[in-house]
Design a protein around this ligand. Sequence first.
Ligand code: LLP
Length: 432
Amino acid sequence: MVGRNVTGVNEYGHLTIGGVDTVALAAKYGTPLYVMDEDAIRANCRALKTSLETHYAGHGMVLYASKAFCCKRIYQIIAQEGLGADVVSGGELYTAMQAGFPAERIYFHGNNKTADELSMALEAGVGRIVVDNIAELELLSALAKAAGKTANILFRIKPGIDAHTHNFVRTGQIDSKFGFALETGEAMEAVARALSLPGISFVGIHCHIGSQIFDIDPFCHAAEVMLDFAQQVRETNSCTIQELNLGGGFGIRYVEEDDPKALESYMEAVSKVVSARCEKHRLPVPFICIEPGRSIVGDTGITLYTVGSVKTIPGCRTYVSIDGGMTDNPRYALYQSSYEAIIANKAAQQKDFTATIAGRCCESGDLIQEHTPIQTPAVGDILAVLSTGAYNYSMASNYNRVPRPPVIMVHGGTDSIAVRRETYADLVRNDL
Ligand code: LLP
């Protein structure tokens, strides 16, 4: 079973998460229901932190990419574990501040931050603003100057690595909405401009090559490209880059066939490249940040649904309809993402059935998975979809005015509500 580090089967043949019976959770809180194993989230944070400390002699920081799963509780957990956070909007920043997250450990990303958002970040005193383009640099300088503050910035760089092809190639580097290109010279021009502007302190550079990446090579290659640029910056502008943020993107296992590399292999390989490249260029090893989102929360969460109908179309397929769907998990509709499903109240039984799991929206494409093995389904069963901890709650919508499910955290065998279930009243709250 996927997510085997968080899920199990108990003496009643029920699926468990963090040792807690999922059928009992569904009865207690209703469905659809997101459930996350807080202990597993904390274990993932610790493993990343330890690995970074080991490979960079403590000279670095793990930033949780909070777009993967954002609510007050996760910022509290991340803060307690000593991580920083990557935020990408005023809304994420606001949530972090409401949770009491230390502002100096926040990195603010985005390719079109508004003046309001930049002012909010300056006011909050975020640690770094990752500047995406020249217009933003000029705006930030003006805002910082007017507020009597200095913004510590990184530049978002396009290292020109297509990590989604198996044999990565140096293409597509200019055709990305994020960041500054290297080959056109715009990145170097931006550095020169930053050094001349008031209210700006240029600290370093950032890249993010993609998400759900299994290969190690693209990460290594990106680190090389970034350090080569650091060396050019020093030659051209006599300025030493203090910080290198290598982004996130480590893949996780959604289905048995997925083969993510052990965290240690990424960290070891990339850190070797970093030290070799720094030695070659006679650069001091910069402060290293990584920004994993999915690999911190992805396999720590599941979603529980109730089966409402089982519709067999002879010679075609069987639709198993659940009380959620693309509103709580749009990833199959958007990316044809693979998931493992299991009937939680029949978890000890063989998967002897092939089903298409359909959501409840008025939309034929509202599917969670097609032709997937599950136990023989019946109306009233609790269906669990595994590894839904990342980019499910955070991408949920109210399409068809479906209220978002609550998020339950299990911790040490107990459960608590991290986010309450939306009500119909919540849905009309802003309607005038
Ligand atoms: N840093 C930056 C600048 C990013 O843009 C992202 C993700 C991350 C870090 C975290 O990447 P991770 O470690 O989670 O792979 N909605 C898509 C994923 C979009 C990711 C966008 N950026 C999905 O559901 O697969």
